[in-house]
Write a protein that binds this ligand. Structure first.
Ligand code: NAD
Length: 377
């Protein structure tokens, strides 16, 4: 079996940088049976593309993703572009026999997500959605504690995801304001993460009821030539019923003044509780009803011990890790899966299930009623 996995990346900006860094760092910290090779980068702007390739060491460049996915020297296509492009690139890549790594939300809607899952299954290639918060060690520890029954039966999963980068009405229009490019706004961007975490930690969601708002309806165009119409939600909140009886609460907004990337989970069970905050990602708060007496209360676990998920590859206890490590962890698992010919999660099925919840919340907000999620994908 080959000792190299040749990667082709599409998209050179925020996620392009995060993923490039992950493919470079992963081999420095993890023992891998196959080494990622940064074979080709694809972008639309030639000078940005060349600068990106030079900075991160991508060996060659392409200005068309169609050419990139057709190349014989690419094994794995990494999709770091705006949401409207995910489905066509992923389907073409799978049909060309490439493994596919795709940023979240998986697609514009569940129908597209299904096409991606079908194409990947038919081609028998590995497929993964980049829900990187599943690979925060503290979130993985929360999963272990829930699975061990440490907090008993989960009653509540409350998730807030707050950012404030749109508070300024003069901040200009980007693709994230346009439903034709993103499918939705804060919802598909931020609730996609928390819905995936809800499915990972608690289980399937049965029904949702939501409300959304666009607070600033017009924004300046980037080139200063006038104003553009905002079509994607600035905020979308919804409540949810889980299949196993828990109640959930999901809040995504880009108007949470003062909050930068504040993703907080509160999980309350019959025997205990867990609290996680992405802005303090090395920590997990845990409360156990079994701890009786006057010392009872939440304890703060600093998730940097060798026994904690992924930490043995990094630093001694207390030497914290950061946001970029979550991408290194997911890329490590993806490369192992590609090498071994095994599945890796979250996969396109998870992307589709998440998308069904997102679609239902959008429908609910538009029609002002509860909407059920299909019981099967
Ligand atoms: N996992 C996370 O934490 C996280 C964070 C931010 C964004 N994302 C997701 O990553 C994806 C990209 O977001 P971003 O923030 O990097 O966006 P961005 O605007 O910073 O970059 C998008 C890139 O895609 C390129 N692109 C768009 N269409 C293209 C095409 N047809 N051919 C070639 N290149 C094309 C753009 O030129 C740009 O380089 C989105 O799906 C987004 O939701 C995930």
């Amino acid at each position: 079996m080959s000792k190299e996995i040749n990667v082709g990346i599409v998209g050179t900006k925020f996620m392009g940088r995060a993923h490039s860094n992950a493919f470079i760092d992963v081999a420095h910290f993890f023992d891998l049976p196959a080494r990622p090779v940064l074979r080709a980068a694809c972008g639309r702007n030639v000078s940005d593309l060349e600068a990106f390739a030079k900075r991160f060491g991508w060996q060659t460049t392409e200005t068309s993703w169609e050419r990139l996915v057709a190349r014989d020297d690419i094994d794995l296509v990494d999709i770091c572009t705006s949401n409207v492009t995910h489905m066509p690139i992923a389907v073409a890549a799978a049909k060309a026999g490439k493994h596919v790594f795709c940023e979240k939300p998986i697609a514009m809607n569940a129908e597209e997500a299904r096409q991606m899952l079908d194409a990947a299954c038919e081609a028998n290639v590995r497929h993964m959605v980049a829900f990187n918060y599943r690979r925060v060690p503290a979130v993985m520890l929360a999963k272990q504690l829930i699975d061990e029954g440490k907090i008993g039966k989960v009653r509540h999963f409350n998730a807030v995801y707050y950012q404030d980068w749109l508070v300024d009405p003069n901040s200009h229009i980007v693709w994230r304001h346009d439903v034709k490019e993103g499918g939705s706004g804060a919802h598909g961007d931020m609730n996609a993460h928390t819905v995936d975490l809800a499915r990972y930690l608690v289980g399937e969601i049965e029904a949702v009821c939501g409300a959304k708002e666009i607070f600033v309806k017009e924004r300046p165009l980037a080139d200063g030539s006038g104003m553009g119409i905002v079509t994607a939600d600035d905020a979308l909140y919804f409540i949810a019923k889980f299949r196993d009886g828990a109640l959930g609460n999901f809040m995504a907004t880009r108007f949470a003044t003062g909050r930068k990337n504040y993703l907080r989970l509160e999980i309350f069970g019959s025997e205990g509780a867990l609290i996680f905050n992405l802005e303090r990602l090395n920590e997990l708060e845990y409360y156990s009803r079994a701890d009786e007496g006057k010392e009872q209360g939440f304890r703060n676990i600093v998730v940097t011990e060798e026994s904690h998920p992924f930490i043995s590859a990094w630093w001694p206890p207390g030497h914290i890790i950061g946001w970029e490590h979550t991408f290194i962890h997911e890329v490590r698992d993806l490369l192992l899966a590609v090498h071994r010919g095994e599945s890796v999660y979250p996969d396109f099925y998870d992307g589709l299930r998440c998308q069904q919840v997102l679609d239902a919340a959008l429908e609910s907000a538009a029609e002002e009623r509860w909407v059920e999620i299909p019981s099967e994908a």
